[in-house]
Ligand binder design. Structure first.
Ligand code: PEP
Ligand code: MG
Length: 313
């Protein structure tokens, strides 16, 4: 029986064979939590902390941050909340963290690289997160943005542990991290694939530039292969691999991502219902078969067509 999103009850994310695929929310402000809960988010898969401070000229204080993180964590008692350390640079410049004059900011001192260059800011953020965690009951996971080497993974996991972070992970949004995911996931507790940047860097097309927007398609088999590498590495190491880029909000692509090894999906809360309904129409075996069809295509359009055909739609 096919389920439609409009009539389906809000149940935890799952495939037709009962395999649980937690459906989580992408948030940029704690104020978005209520709507996410209402729409059935089982937690937060990506809290973009930089959104809180885009207009600040000074680094936020520990107290300011603690207040925001506490509000967020309070909305998800007993549930997983993945907070990303400040991701400054390119599309999200932070005046206090990165240099606005780089010629190629997407390839510059951004994400974890920028935090490392201003380590006090990272330490203050980890302090605020530890304090908010101590005051609340959510299951806090913390991850680093724009990780491109195994050494950066080691750096982040070890500094996060200094602050008592129990579950420390990295975003896989640069091809190098996906290709070395087997090493990355020996060190990190989890990975979260950012399909927006992973697509940008794989196809070498600025995600903000309209003239190359046709390249920004996460259905591209080169992107799918990198996701598959990461999914296989997660499985081999027994570590969760989530997806938090926009790709997770496309219901058929969500099925493909699960088939490639994703263990949870995070998206804008308004996308949850359609993805929830579509997952219920497919088993894990189906998802793997549909993913295999997409993987062997030569371009994004034919990957989507192959997945549709394999899914019988
Ligand atoms: C991504 O790159 O896919 C991602 C989730 O992070 P952001 O969109 O914030 O760069
Ligand atoms: Mg990103």
């Amino acid at each position: 029986e096919r389920k439609s999103a409009a009539s389906a009850p809000i149940t935890p994310g799952a495939l037709s064979d009962g395999t649980a695929i937690p459906l989580l929310a992408n948030l940029g402000k704690p104020e978005g939590a209520a709507q996410a809960v209402e729409l059935g988010a089982e937690g937060v898969g990506l809290f973009r902390t930089e959104f809180l401070f885009l207009s600040s000229s000074q680094a936020p204080t520990v107290a300011q941050q603690r207040e925001a993180y506490t509000k967020l964590l309070q909305a998800f008692p007993g549930q997983k909340v993945v907070v990303r350390a400040l991701d400054a640079g390119a599309d999200k410049p932070l005046a206090f963290l990165n240099d606005a004059h780089e010629e190629n900011p997407a390839l510059g001192l951004r994400g974890l690289r920028a935090l490392r260059a201003s380590e006090d800011i990272l330490r203050e953020q980890l302090t605020a997160l530890a304090e908010a965690d101590a005051a609340t009951d959510a299951d806090l996971w913390v991850m680093a943005p724009m990780v491109s080497t195994v050494e950066e993974t080691e750096y982040f996991v070890s500094i996060a542990r200094e602050y008592g972070v129990k579950t420390a992970g990295v975003m896989v949004e640069v091809p190098s991290s996906a290709l070395l995911a087997d090493h990355v996931l020996k060190i990190a507790d989890f990975a979260s694939i950012g399909t927006n940047d992973l697509t940008q860097y794989t196809l070498a097309a600025d995600r903000l530039l309209g003239s190359v927007s046709s390249f920004q398609d996460p259905w591209h088999p080169a992107v799918l292969r990198l996701i598959h590498e990461t999914g296989k590495a997660g499985q081999a190491n027994g570590k969760p691999v989530g997806i938090c880029g926009e790709a997770a909000a496309d219901p058929l692509l969500a099925v493909v991502l699960v088939g490639l090894g994703a263990t949870s999906l995070s998206m804008a809360p308004t996308a949850l219902a359609d993805v929830r309904a579509t997952l219920l129409n497919h088993s894990l075996d189906d998802a793997r078969r549909i993913a295999e069809a997409a993987l062997t295509a030569t371009d994004a359009a034919s990957a989507r067509a192959a997945a549709q055909q394999a899914a019988g739609i």
